[in-house]
Design a protein around this ligand. Structure first.
Ligand code: G6Q
Length: 547
């Protein structure tokens, strides 16, 4: 617990710290045996998702104190300010309105006195028109062939959401088409993505909010050369490239007709943008109708977050539980394990959403913070993780709260395996919570000397999130659940969850070193001795390979 260094902690914070001292050694076994109504009381529904949070190390008193903390930190007031379009992204002086991307046509959300909802729907309608042309075959490539493959070029927020959503919703996608993603500036990423493709049937979506990002611009230029070399003319670019961006001039300079540009706005952060134009590849894959179902799922969770009382408010509960473990139990990480192969990239998506948003060291006034902010997020699909790192969660020395996500209905035609998948999910949550005592182990006939190795302490907290099936609506609700959980955490910690100065730094740093890597350069290097030596070693290797 890092309370000792908290300088501006409220009474609510200190009350939680005192409560932690009382509860820290209480076992979930005791909490369950003393309270038969626990599972029912500590569960809630919203936007088609069911959350069982009873296997957390909490009591009614914990919740009461966490809600008091939220109240004292003004979480609901800040939430309402976000929905009203106020400029709550303090350091960039911007509104934070990803909720407007999924607002219904007749909603009204103003930024600087202008209702932004009609603009959102104008872009969505244009995206739908484009998606239909591609899917229906009326948009053809330069040689008149139908487009069969879409390659999304983008990185960070312009990549992780589209790739995650495509994988998650593949069963709803047009199986006659393929979708590939290029993010890394490593040329291998591009080469692999275009392996075996016919340029005449390939369309690139260059996705970049700024249209200046080094990786994306480099890959886009490579793609352009790849198309022009194969189709023999610059004129091919018009039929094989479209752009998603806020930078019209940049798109035009690249040679893409701005008729084929799909815009968004500075009030949409990159990691909050998969439900707008950045989701163009998703819309082409699953079609406009399914995309609208996904937006409806997002919106349903927005409404739930906006209106449900704290004790039934899923994002609020998830956010507060994260704070509980992060700041009072000293948990450094949070595991997210989807029991669904289609959600293979969901942990990576959440990693950016959470860690870029809440990995901050100063408060909204720029003052250093004396408490822990965002945890490390990580995870892999169950059941795969069970055969690798779950060991440490069960029997290691660290406390790792986990969110386990499952679906009642299978998506796969091999439905018979679904029982096995779900049995694993329920069994893991049970084992993590209740463990196995020495007496239970010994009763199984285990030799005495082996007993300590086979004891499971238990008391490992989990949230269990269940939905009927993984479909577009559910995915939208699930992503919005985490967006608003992140929001809740950020409001408690009094940080700006919507800037990303750490990313901006990375964008600038490499540019200084690029020219220094040229092996013909022999100008003295002015970095530290380690960086100088590394650059020098690279130059020599380049010389050796004749570059
Ligand atoms: C997201 C971040 C970051 C961003 C990428 C790509 O919130 O700002 O991940 O999405 O750096 O930026 P562009 O879309 O401008 O290329």
């Amino acid at each position: 617990m890092d309370m000792k260094t908290v300088t501006n902690a409220s009474a609510a914070w200190w009350a939680l710290a005192a409560h932690y001292e009382k509860i820290k050694d209480v076992h979930l076994r005791t909490l369950f045996s003393e309270d038969p109504g626990r599972a029912q009381r500590f569960s809630a529904d919203g936007a088609g998702l069911f959350l069982d949070y009873s296997k957390n190390r909490i009591t009614d008193e914990t919740l009461r104190l966490l809600f008091a903390l939220a109240e004292s930190r003004g979480v609901t007031a800040r939430r309402d300010a976000m929905f009203r379009g106020e400029k709550i992204n303090n350091t960039e002086r911007r509104a934070v309105l990803h909720v407007a991307l999924r607002a219904p046509r007749d909603a009204r959300i103003e930024v600087d006195g202008t209702n932004v909802v009609p603009d959102v729907h104008e872009v969505l309608d244009r995206m739908a028109g484009f998606a239909e042309q591609i899917r229906g075959g009326s948009w053809t490539g330069h040689t008149g062939k139908r487009i069969k493959t879409i390659v999304n070029i983008g990185i960070g927020g312009s990549y992780l959401g589209p790739e995650m959503a495509y994988r998650a919703l593949r069963p709803y996608s047009d199986r006659g088409m393929s979708f590939r993603f290029v993010a890394n500036v490593d040329g291998a990423d591009f080469s692999e993505a275009v392996q075996g493709l016919d340029a005449a049937e390939t369309l690139f979506i260059v996705s970049s909010k700024t249209f200046t990002t080094l990786e994306t611009m480099t890959n886009a230029a490579t793609a352009r050369r790849w198309v022009v070399e194969r189709l023999g003319t610059d004129a091919a670019v018009a039929r094989h490239f479209v752009a998603v961006s806020t930078n019209e001039a940049g798109v035009r300079d690249f040679g893409i007709d701005t008729v084929n540009m799909f815009g968004f706005w500075d009030w949409v952060g990159g990691r909050y943008s998969m439900d707008g134009a950045i989701g163009l590849s998703t819309m082409v894959a699953i079609g406009p109708e399914h995309f609208r179902d996904m937006l409806a799922g997002f919106h349903a969770m927005d409404e739930h977050f906006r209106t449900a009382p704290a004790e039934r408010n899923l994002p609020m509960l998830l956010g507060l539980l994260t704070v509980w473990y992060n700041n009072f139990f000293g948990a450094q990480t949070l595991g997210v394990m989807p029991y669904a192969a289609h959600l293979g990239r969901f942990p990576a998506y959440l990693q950016q959403l959470q860690m870029e948003s809440n990995g901050k060291h100063v408060d909204l006034q720029g003052r250093p913070i004396g408490y822990q902010t965002g945890p490390v997020i990580w995870g892999e699909p169950g059941t795969d993780g069970q055969h690798s790192f779950y060991q440490l969660i069960h029997q290691g020395t660290k406390l790792i709260p986990c969110d386990l996500i499952g679906f009642l209905q299978p998506l796969s035609p091999i439905a018979s395996q679904h029982d096995l998948l779900m049995a694993n999910l329920f069994a893991q949550a049970e084992a993590l919570a209740f463990g196995k005592t020495a007496r239970e182990v010994a009763a199984g006939g285990v030799p005495e000397w082996q007993v300590p190795f086979r004891v499971f302490e238990g008391n490992r907290p989990t949230n269990l999130i269940l939905a009927d099936r993984l479909d577009p609506h559910t995915l939208g609700a699930l992503v919005a659940l985490y967006e608003h959980s992140v929001f809740t955490q950020g409001a408690i910690w009094d940080i700006d969850s919507f800037d990303q100065w750490g990313v901006e730094l990375g964008k600038a740093l490499a540019l200084r070193i690029v020219p220094e890597l040229d092996s013909r350069q022999d100008a003295a290097l002015a970095h530290d001795s380690s960086t100088n030596a590394l650059i020098d070693r690279y130059r020599r290797a380049s010389q050796a390979r004749g570059n």
